[in-house]
Design a protein around this ligand. Structure first.
Ligand SMILES: Cc1cc2nc3c(=O)[nH]c(=O)nc-3n(C[C@H](O)[C@H](O)[C@H](O)COP(=O)(O)O)c2cc1C
Length: 405
């Protein structure tokens, strides 16, 4: 069952985290399998003559959220609600918050956010909306709030807020990750280590399609000098970064650039009756002989790994090896879909080796090769043959693997 926690995270300014731990979700955005769950983080800041709420939570948890907020604030006293990004996992509870607030609060966001909110929730929600522009500063409760747009991270509406005097970055989706971390911030290294692979999975599945904007927007924030100076980075999902705030954006940058982990090789294949698998055993043995660390995902009559997990492995792989059978004159459907998502979400300059098996006419290998040739990936070789692999096929596979590195 989902739960909610409130933690005071700063005394000056008085700042609270209100975090829904959603362990009920199965498929984020109705697509990405996340048995690890996700959190929705909202923040409340109490200032002289102003109370500011940063984002809300998913609609399903609106009542729980209001109840929790009431423990720390009279809802009618909220003066400003900052909307960084209108995706309903952060805005689903906004209508209820505004109702309870008597529509007293000013809602702040980009012009894009205003239009999206109106489209999602009706005109009532934007009747007290104030559009803020890139770089604009507002004095609220004696503090300077600077709004910086980070378009396509990962919607056109997205912005972050920088509280100048306190060097706080409220970053919503940017800096977020999947899972329900055991802590609330990065103070425990074990918790961080456990969490970072879920950040990678989140970035690729959610922002991956726009990954060039990760690099672009982080460059923009760096140029403004706010990342180096940040005292805290407060995302809309997962851990807060206060011990080493820069670390999360450095991690994002590494994902954006596809920096590999030494010796990690991603191996993905389907095998209906074992012939592709025989080839992939040669692949895995040869990789191990070369001191590589194969990470293997296979689609068989017993296994159906989550595409989201496979996507999360791509940025940190040194090379990728795809094994596929020909299926109705095409690529096996599981590999076809996996490849489609990889090319859409995790398109990197990495070497790819293709291994294929067919019955009466090889098609899968050729089709994969065509798709890879049109992508950023570097096609190294395609080794495709009929039925069970011969000794000659095995030798070709071993040679091709050596050529990968
Ligand atoms: C549903 C199905 C469709 C297939 N379609 C083709 C095809 O269009 N062309 C072909 O050459 N072989 C086709 N085959 C044969 C497989 O590609 C071949 O047996 C291959 O070795 C399967 O590898 P696996 O044993 O790892 O699944 C098909 C097999 C199945 C079960």
């Amino acid at each position: 069952m989902a739960s909610i926690i409130t933690k005071k995270i700063l005394d000056e300014p008085e700042l609270y985290l209100i975090r829904v731990n959603d362990d009920e979700i199965k498929y984020f955005e109705a697509t990405w399998y996340i048995p690890e769950g996700i959190t929705y983080n909202s923040y409340l800041m109490k200032l002289d003559n102003a109370i500011v709420l940063f984002d809300t939570v998913k609609k399903e948890y609106a009542e729980m959220f209001l109840e929790e907020l009431r423990k720390i604030v009279d809802l009618e006293e909220i003066t400003h609600i900052i909307i960084h990004h209108t995706e309903p996992d952060h805005t689903g509870a906004l209508s209820k918050v505004l109702e309870a607030n008597g529509y007293r609060a000013k809602v702040l966001g980009t012009a894009f956010a205003r239009n999206l909110l109106e489209g999602f929730y009706g005109s009532e929600i934007v009747k007290n909306f104030q559009v803020v522009k890139d770089g604009e500063e507002l004095k609220i409760g004696g503090k300077t709030f600077r709004f910086i747009t980070v378009p396509w991270l990962h919607w056109p509406d997205t912005m972050i807020t920088y509280v100048v005097e306190d060097k706080l970055i409220f970053s919503c989706d940017a800096g977020g990750g999947y899972s329900i971390p055991r802590g609330i911030d990065d103070s425990n290294e074990d918790v961080v280590k456990e969490y970072l692979p879920y950040v990678t999975k989140y970035v690729v599945t959610v922002i991956g399609h726009y990954h060039k904007y990760i690099v672009q927007n982080i460059k923009k924030l760096k140029k403004l000098g706010i990342i180096d100076n940040a005292k805290m980075i407060l995302p809309g999902h997962g851990l807060i970064w206060r011990k080493n705030p820069k670390r999360i954006f450095e991690h994002y940058e590494r994902i954006g650039a596809g920096v590999p982990e030494k010796d990690k090789v991603l191996v993905i294949y389907d095998s209906m009756y074992g012939f592709v698998e025989e080839r992939m055993k040669v692949v895995i043995d040869e990789l191990k002989r070369l001191g590589k660390k194969p990470i293997v995902y296979r689609f068989t009559d017993r296994e159906n790994p989550a595409i989201a997990d496979i996507l999360g492995e791509v940025p940190t792989a040194e090379a990728i090896i795809i094994g596929a059978s020909t299926f109705e004159a095409d690529i096996h459907p599981r590999i076809r879909y996996t490849l489609f998502e990889i090319l859409d979400k995790a398109n990197y300059e990495k070497p790819v080796l293709i291994i294929g098996a067919f019955g009466w006419g090889g098609v899968a290998g050729r089709k994969i090769e065509t798709l890879i040739a049109r992508s950023k990936f570097d096609h190294v070789a395609t080794i495709e043959s009929r039925g069970r692999p011969t000794e000659e096929d095995r030798e070709k596979i071993r040679e091709a693997i050596k050529a990968l590195f």
